[in-house]
Design a protein around this ligand. Sequence first.
Ligand SMILES: N[C@@H](CCC(=O)N[C@@H](CS)C(=O)NCC(=O)O)C(=O)O
Length: 242
Amino acid sequence: MELYLDLHSQPCRSVFLFAKAVGIPFEVKLVEISKGQQYTDEFGQLSIIRKVPVMKDGSFVLTESTAILKYLVQKHASSVADHWFPAELQQRARVNEYLSWQHMNLRAHGSKVFLLKSMFPIIMGSEVPKEKMSAAVEDLNQSLQMLEEKFLQSKPFIIGDKISLADLVAIVEIMQPVGAGVDVFVGRPKLSAWRDRVKKAIGEKLFDEGHEAIMAVSGLMEKMKSSDELEMLKQKFKKLFS
Ligand SMILES: N[C@@H](CCC(=O)N[C@@H](CS)C(=O)NCC(=O)O)C(=O)O
């Protein structure tokens, strides 16, 4: 199996960490988004969506991280522990509930804070207007509150005592603003304790390996200042944020 990835990307990290944590063998095909490698002809032939992650299992090509994660669970059902995506109807529905919610909430809001904080000043050549940043942080705070109050409640993990795909998908999104210097764990003991449990369940060394690139993202941003992709990104940012 081949995984087309860039570990600066949250959905890529979820697929990478899951496959590694449960011991599914794969070959990494690096697609560096900051270099525009998603726009090459070769990548376009694989996926016209031009986003990572993409999985290629033999001749079967699959996009969308959550679809890839579920495919891997089902394909490797005999070796992947049930708690990742429980067979029991209502537990599985709880995982799916979180995965459906997160796209337009934690993912959207965490990504926005990340883009504004770490990329906007470099790409647009100016600081983010204060009210824009405050509004984005407020949305993120609301999503984090929802994660704590609706999804986690007083359980160790989202579906109960054990880690599932829901926790994995949540943590990779949360680490995006953290990589940009917005430490959302400060003043949130419940969330911090959950983060520590997730880290332990995945394996601390593997967790850190998966997050190494995003924790060093400021270096990548500095390099981008002189890249050919800057103008293209400027147009994208104008569309997104003006
Ligand atoms: N819903 C998709 C999202 C994939 C996605 O947005 N990937 C981003 C990186 S986080 C990407 O490849 N962006 C490249 C681009 O937009 O040019 C998934 O869960 O896999």
